[in-house]
Design a protein around this ligand. Structure first.
Ligand SMILES: [Zn+2]
Length: 286
C-alpha cells in the first residue's frame, strides 16, 4: 500500500468513526422523540385507530397489545424502598413548542447557532445539532432531558383516581434507556409553564413555535416534596416500547380549569387507558 492509499484509508476510517458515533446516539434520541411525533402510521385516542386497536395498526406497534410491562397503570399496593433520590439539573432554555397532533410538547434541545469552521479563508457554518444541557441524575448515571409534554386527564391513577392532567418529562441515558418523570396536576391555580406553552402553541400540527426571548424552566413542574413511585413500564403511545423507567411524583401540582379547557380544545383527551400491572412491583421512595 503506497503512502497515498494509507492516507486515504486512514481518512476513510476517521470519517466512518465520525459519522457512525453521532448516528448511534442520534437514533436513540429520534426513537424517543418519535413517541409523540406523527409517524407515517396514523393513530388516535379514540375510534378505529384508538388504543384498543393500536397493535393492529402496524407490526411495529405489536407491544401495545402483547406487552406485559405496559403503561400507564393504577398506582397502588406500593412497597417502601431505599431508592436513589431524583436529582434534577434542569437549566432554563429558550421555549420551543410543538403541537404534534397528540400533545403539546416543549423541546429541550437548544441549537448552537453561531459556530463556524474556516476552510480556505472562508467561514462555513457547522451543521447544527441540538444540545441537551439539562439532566437528571439517577445515582451516578446522567439522563438528559429531551422534552416535556402533557396529557389530559392524567395517564397514571393513584388508588384508582385520575387527576386533571399529567406532565411527562422524558429523559434518556447515553445507552438509550428512558427515564420519564410524571407529575399529576389537580384542579387549582394556574400553572405558569403550561400557560407559556398554551400561549405559544399553534393549532397547526407540527409547527414549532420559538418565540424570541422566552425561556422555560421545569422548576414550576416539580412539587416541593420529591417522594416518588417507581416501576418499569413502557411508552404510553405507539410503539409502546418497554424500556421506560417510570418515576411518578407522589405530590401533585395544580392546573386551572381554564388551562385544562384550552388544552382540550387544542388536543382533546389524550390519555391511554390503564394497563395491567401483572407481576411488576410498585415501589415508593422512603
Ligand atoms: Zn406522555
Amino acid at each position: 500500500m503506497n503512502k497515498l492509499n494509507l492516507l486515504h484509508s486512514g481518512l476513510l476510517i476517521a470519517s466512518m468513526l465520525i459519522s457512525l458515533a453521532p448516528s448511534l446516539v442520534h437514533s436513540a434520541e429520534t426513537d424517543a422523540k418519535k413517541s409523540h411525533s406523527p409517524s407515517a402510521v396514523h393513530w388516535e385516542y379514540s375510534g378505529s385507530a384508538g388504543p384498543s386497536n393500536w397493535h393492529k395498526i402496524s407490526d411495529k406497534f405489536a407491544l401495545c397489545g402483547s406487552g406485559k410491562r405496559q403503561s400507564p397503570v393504577d398506582i397502588q399496593y406500593e412497597t417502601p424502598a431505599n431508592l436513589y433520590p431524583l436529582v434534577f439539573r434542569h437549566q432554563s432554555i429558550p421555549l420551543q413548542v410543538v403541537n404534534n397532533g397528540h400533545t403539546l410538547q416543549a423541546n429541550y434541545g437548544t441549537l448552537i447557532t453561531n459556530e463556524t469552521v474556516k476552510i480556505g479563508g472562508k467561514n462555513y457554518p457547522i451543521k447544527q445539532k441540538p444540545v441537551y444541557n439539562s439532566q437528571m441524575m439517577l445515582g451516578d448515571l446522567p439522563y438528559k432531558l429531551l422534552q416535556l409534554h402533557f396529557h389530559t386527564p392524567s395517564e397514571h391513577a393513584i388508588n384508582g383516581r385520575r387527576a386533571a392532567m399529567e406532565v411527562h418529562m422524558v429523559h434518556q441515558s447515553a445507552d438509550g434507556n428512558l427515564a420519564v418523570v410524571g407529575v399529576l396536576l389537580s384542579h387549582g391555580k394556574q400553572n405558569p409553564i403550561l400557560q407559556q406553552i398554551l400561549d405559544n402553541a399553534s393549532p397547526t400540527i407540527n409547527q414549532v413555535n420559538a418565540p424570541q426571548g422566552l425561556t422555560i424552566n421545569t422548576s414550576d413542574l416539580l412539587p416541593a416534596n420529591r417522594q416518588f413511585f417507581h416501576y418499569s413500564g413502557s411508552l404510553t403511545t405507539p410503539p409502546c416500547s418497554e424500556n421506560v423507567n417510570w418515576f411518578v411524583m407522589k405530590s401533585e401540582i395544580q392546573v386551572s380549569d381554564q388551562q385544562v379547557k384550552r388544552f382540550t380544545q387544542l388536543i382533546g383527551n389524550n390519555a391511554r387507558p390503564l394497563q395491567e400491572i401483572n407481576w411488576r412491583s410498585m415501589l415508593i421512595s422512603e
